[in-house]
Design a protein around this ligand. Structure first.
Ligand SMILES: *Cc1c(COP(=O)(O)O)cnc(C)c1O
Length: 357
């Protein structure tokens, strides 16, 4: 295999030392070593999310916990607020779980959700849960999650279910302050850890709702997660190697300093955005452009497939084509996780070389 440095919006480039941590020997997940390990990992995750809520790690992709959030927290009817493919996925999941749900799409792909529109929908009283994306990775939109959370405070009985995949560990998410009931993220995006596990918080209110939920299945039953966490364990055999890598990565984040990490993401995004506007255009509307990826509108009508091949063959670099219906119309440059401004500059310089500018 010819490996490439990843500038795709997930999985992201994982540094060698993080990968090497997975070579630690196996331990029993029912033994004292695991309990000690688990009990020092959990407080670090709570610190990252600034929460007193329970924080768990599921051995599954993020989609599993998106489904879990629905199974545990939706009873009456769910409002799936969406501005792209992952929001649409949460709607599909909600329906597939047998729940009543409505989709509330932003004006169009490339535009963010407007808070007043969501507010109006919730004011009908039809809903007991709402799902949203902080960062919609298909379009490169970052919603104003602070304003969204502020509005949600008017609806304390509505579960606030947040997909923070491609946002958590890149932007500051203070779960308690924001009143999020579930906040989830797979670690293969902005954590820059290997894929396979998902970090998620569950509020006391969500836990109560979970206890009363019917047909919530077993694998993602939040109440079961809590019972085992109280013993320093996970309900089922966890991906122990991935837990090692996550733990190591979290320590590195605190060494870097969370504020520094968030600032580094802003710097990379600002550089990529300015470059995109100069050479092409951006796809996401101004004011809502993502901090973790830049979706470039292919205004020069180049072949994105060709560009990708050039970057891969000549420099072993990988970017992402547009998502789904946006293929060839856009391309995406991921700048999250452990990537640096210098690496982003190098990548964009190579694209300039391809463009001949
Ligand atoms: C990547 C992504 C997902 C899906 O993550 P999986 O771990 O593959 O299930 C969901 N939502 C967003 C916003 C994403 O970026």
């Amino acid at each position: 295999m010819k490996f490439k440095k990843l500038f795709i919006p997930g999985p992201t480039e994982v540094r060698k030392d993080v990968l090497e941590r997975m070579a630690w020997p196996m331990i029993s997940h029912r033994g004292g070593d695991f309990v000690a390990f688990f009990n020092q990992l959990t407080p670090k995750l709570k610190k990252l999310l600034a929460t007193k809520d329970d924080v768990f790690v599921s051995t599954s992709a993020s989609t599993g916990v998106m489904e879990g959030a629905v199974l545990n927290c939706v009873e009456k009817r769910c409002l799936n607020v969406t501005c792209g493919a992952f929001g649409e996925r949460w709607h599909e999941i909600t329906l597939a779980c047998g729940h009543e749900a409505d989709i509330l799409q932003s004006e169009e792909w490339g535009m963010a959700n407007r808070i007043d529109v969501v507010d109006k929908a919730l004011a009908t009283g039809k809903y007991d849960a709402v799902t949203m994306q902080i960062n919609e990775t298909s379009t490169g939109i970052m919603n104003d999650y602070h304003e969204f959370a502020e509005m949600m405070k008017k609806y304390p009985d509505v579960m606030f279910l947040v997909d923070a995949v491609s946002a958590m560990a890149a932007v500051d998410i203070k779960v308690d302050e924001l009143g999020m009931d579930v906040c989830l993220a797979g670690v293969q995006k902005a954590f820059a850890a290997p894929p396979g596990i998902t970090v998620f918080s569950v509020s006391e209110k969500a836990m109560e709702k979970s206890r009363k939920a019917k047909r919530k299945g077993y694998y993602f039953d939040f109440d079961v997660f809590k019972k085992y966490a109280e013993k320093g364990q996970t309900p089922t055999t966890p991906a122990i190697s991935l837990f090692y890598a996550l733990d190591y990565k979290i320590d590195q984040m605190f060494e870097e300093g969370l504020e520094n990490r968030y600032r580094r993401h802003v710097e990379m995004a600002e550089y990529a955005r300015a470059w995109a506007k100069d050479r092409f255009d951006t796809f996401a509307e101004d004011g809502y452009q993502s901090v973790t990826l830049t979706t470039v509108r292919n205004s020069r009508a180049i072949s994105v497939a060709d560009l990708s091949k050039f970057l891969a063959d000549k420099y072993a670099l990988q970017i992402a084509n547009g998502y789904g219906k946006l293929k060839e119309k856009t391309f995406r440059v991921g700048h999250m996780g452990d990537l640096t401004l210098d690496e982003v500059k190098e990548l964009l310089g190579r694209i300039d070389e391809y463009l001949g500018v």
